[in-house]
Ligand binder design. Structure first.
Ligand SMILES: [Zn+2]
Ligand SMILES: [Zn+2]
Length: 141
């Protein structure tokens, strides 16, 4: 057994009660002390796959749970650039993939998340449009 960092979806009406498992490189054994992770100031914008709600999570939201297999999490990190003229704001969106979603499916999922995604300057990416600047799965955050 290993320790794996987890988040609980902040939507109280989320149909899933299972925590969201985060990728973590070289996780400690279950009987070890949880690492001091993530660092202060850490933030993650994560979209729940079960309810489509996105929230920004912080260090205080992260817990640790026992996991049999430490390496079975595919966490997508997608960087979107706002298409509003003279904006260019880039935002990062994270979600878990449990079944080999295509990059296009991931993009569509982000664009219909709740609340609808905004750029760093408050433009609706659904209205202004967005360009995928990078899309990758991360083995650690
Ligand atoms: Zn949820
Ligand atoms: Zn913008």
């Amino acid at each position: 057994m290993y320790l794996q960092p987890i988040l609980q979806c902040k939507n109280h009406d989320c149909p899933s009660v299972a925590p969201i498992r985060l990728p973590y490189a070289n996780p400690p054994k279950a009987d070890e002390q949880p690492p001091s992770w993530p660092p202060d100031g850490w933030q993650l914008t994560l979209i729940c796959r079960d309810c489509d709600h996105s929230y920004t999570y912080e260090k205080k939201d992260v817990g640790w749970a026992n996991a049999l297999n430490p390496a079975d999490v595919a966490m997508w990190c997608v960087e979107l650039q706002c298409n509003e003229p003279d904006c260019g704001s880039r935002t990062k969106w994270h979600l878990l993939d449990d079944g080999g979603m295509s990059e296009n499916e991931i993009f569509e999922f982000i664009m219909r998340s709740d609340p609808l995604p905004l750029c760093g300057n408050g433009h609706s990416l659904v209205v202004s449009g967005a360009t995928v600047r990078s899309a990758q799965t991360l083995s650690s955050l």
